[in-house]
Design a protein around this ligand. Sequence first.
Ligand code: FES
Length: 116
Amino acid sequence: MSETYHDLVAENDFPEDGKLAAVLGGWSVLVVKTDGGYNAVNDRCTHAASPLSTGRIRRGAIMCPLHGARFEAATGHCIGGAYANLRTFPVRVSEGRIAVAVPDEAPGPQERPVSV
Ligand code: FES
């Protein structure tokens, strides 16, 4: 499956709360800043499809606001393994701009959060 990088934001303008949600190429993407850099995941909990972007970020983990599942931002791994891992997207920082690569094919309904 081919993918394309989409420009997101200047690094200097990344929100101080450490997360930024956007729709890129039809995909709902949540970018999280951690100690290791920027990580992008599909903004859809694998439990019941809640957007994750309204959840809290703590110590590199994203907490789902609906039922509290936690996912590692860097890997999409579901901590505790109760649910499937999140889809992750490559992130590139070049000349002070953050870009995220998403598949060229639009997401199906099983890849979109329920509110989109
Ligand atoms: S929808 Fe995320 S934990 Fe249930």
